[in-house]
Design a protein around this ligand. Structure first.
Ligand SMILES: [Zn+2]
Length: 146
């Protein structure tokens, strides 16, 4: 993030040296991952919650996608006038399936099975002009059109 930017929601992601990750939890007993963080393991087959912080990403595979054609309900943020955007469902390599905005001009280029990387980018602006950033997914370098 740069000056004039702020997370849309605190504590959900990190960016270090250009590598973006989602901040969640993992249960040490059964290995189940959670995003966002969870204080308890919700796996019904797990005997004992043993939660610790975990970071997920930065890469995965696009499982499916859709287009958000109408404004999403709060707490989702967007700028007026509302512009439809693609939403991706990504299977992160470390085991979580996560929904996020796709950082693409249009959904025409998206293909299920494509390699994806997490990026941190703007999703809306605050009343004072602060750029609100969040995680997004974009086709990974190796799979992107030249
Ligand atoms: Zn567990």
């Amino acid at each position: 993030m740069t000056q004039g930017q702020a997370p849309a929601v605190e504590g959900l992601f990190s960016e270090d040296g250009g590598t973006a990750r989602l901040l969640g939890s993992r249960c040490g007993t059964c290995g189940t991952g959670y995003f966002p963080k969870s204080g308890l393991c919700h796996n019904p087959a797990c005997d004992r919650s043993d939660m610790s912080d975990a970071a997920f990403g930065p890469a995965g595979t696009l499982w499916s996608y859709s287009v958000q054609n109408y404004p999403p309900p709060p707490p989702a943020r967007y700028d007026e006038p509302y512009e439809p955007y693609a939403l991706g469902v990504v299977d992160l390599d470390d085991g979580l399936r996560v929904v996020g905005r796709m950082d693409v001009a249009g959904p025409e280029s998206l293909v299920a099975g494509a390699r994806i990387e997490i990026v941190i980018g703007p999703i809306a602006h605050d009343e004072d002009g602060t750029e609100l950033v969040s995680w997004k997914f974009r086709p990974a370098e190796e799979g992107r059109d030249a």
